[in-house]
Ligand binder design. Structure first.
Ligand code: SF4
Ligand code: SF4
Length: 205
């Protein structure tokens, strides 16, 4: 996967995209993806368990793909419907992860091309996290002390209230909030939820 980087442009921008949301890792960013190893990493405070909802078999159901992202300031370890950034690694002089090869892989698929953004996203769908969904789910349950579905729905409700508050205050929504808001409607319409194990062959045939 080609990596994009423009230190000067991102420095003058002061990280507009990093203020919106911490970027997403790929499994290949980690030397180990076992429970204890990831737990130690998560305990260091710089990474969250996150992900995104999507349709499964058809538009009348839904599931959720888990992955790891750079943690957002004041966000919890399990951050399934994130309130967004700034990313915890963002400093006045840019990303504190000095070695770009250690930055989240999907952040490096963004080609800096416009100060203030939006910049060009070269990412194409990558479902390599599917293989590690189980361990991320176990970690979500370990940290939240709730079933995965329970924490997912609770956080979706919290997200919905946050967005309604922003709308009431006439604050502009980020794109990810518009995406979540649309999903909340679908989830609460009572569409059936599928465990990702039941449908992952559809994503990764
Ligand atoms: S919005 Fe673009 S220019 Fe600004 S920090 Fe992000 S990639 Fe760099
Ligand atoms: S990890 Fe670095 S590049 Fe990615 S969002 Fe955070 S500050 Fe920006």
């Amino acid at each position: 996967m080609k990596k994009y980087f423009n230190k000067e442009m991102c420095a003058s921008c002061k990280g507009a995209c990093c203020k919106e949301m911490g970027c997403v890792y790929l499994p290949s960013d980690f030397e180990c993806l076992e429970f204890e190893y990831l737990k130690n990493l998560l305990n260091q405070g710089k990474i969250s368990i996150s992900g995104q909802p999507f349709n499964g078999f058809c538009s009348d159901d839904w599931s959720y793909l888990l992955y790891l992202r750079a943690r957002n300031v004041s966000s919890p370890i399990v951050d399934l419907f994130s309130k967004g950034g700034p990313c915890i690694n963002l400093t006045e002089i840019g990303c504190s992860i000095a070695d770009i090869n250690k930055r989240p892989a999907l952040g490096l698929t963004v080609e800096p091309c416009k100060v203030g953004g939006p910049c060009h996203q070269h990412y194409t769908n990558d479902f390599s996290w599917l293989e590690y969904n189980d361990v991320l789910k176990q970690l979500s349950e370990y940290y939240s002390n709730k079933s995965f579905l329970e924490v997912l729905v609770t956080q979706a409700k919290d997200m919905n209230l946050r967005i309604i508050e922003k709308l009431k205050n006439k604050e502009e929504l980020f794109n990810f909030e518009k995406f979540y808001y649309k999903w909340y409607r679908e989830i609460m319409l009572g569409k059936p939820y599928y465990e990702i194990e039941e449908i992952k062959y559809l994503l990764n045939p």
